[in-house]
Design a protein. Structure first.
Length: 119
């Protein structure tokens, strides 16, 4: 099922890009196809309205297939996990649970001593 929806989604994407490229930036419609002049079967304004309406319909279909793909991808899970559910447990700061490190015992004096003068 997800493969079918994904193929439909990709076809909608390609058609949407093609329709957007056909439109003129100033709203004339059929910018590449010579729809600006002449009294043909469809005037420039009607072609622009048709392209705009078709773009809106394809955009709505794009959102529907995007949401469908998101729901199908989440289908096998029993419940929704959030990032807060996966947060690690709080740990105690280093100073509370541990004893402070003790200096190693050695023969060296703890504090410097002045030399003994012989004389």
């Amino acid at each position: 099922m997800i493969t079918v929806v994904l193929v439909i989604h990709l076809l909608i994407c390609i058609a949407l890009v093609g329709l957007i490229l056909l439109q003129r930036s100033e709203g004339g419609g059929l910018g590449m196809g010579g729809g600006g002049g002449g009294g043909g079967l469809i005037s420039g304004r009607a072609a622009g309205n048709a392209l705009t309406r078709t773009t809106g319909i394809l955009a709505a279909c794009f959102f529907v297939t995007s949401m469908t793909l998101a729901l199908l991808a989440n289908e096998g899970r029993s419940r929704v996990d959030t990032i807060l559910d996966r947060a690690p447990a709080t740990t105690a700061p280093a100073g509370e649970g541990e004893a402070a490190p003790q200096p190693p015992a050695s023969d060296a004096p703890a504090a410097p001593q002045a030399p003994i003068s012989g004389g």
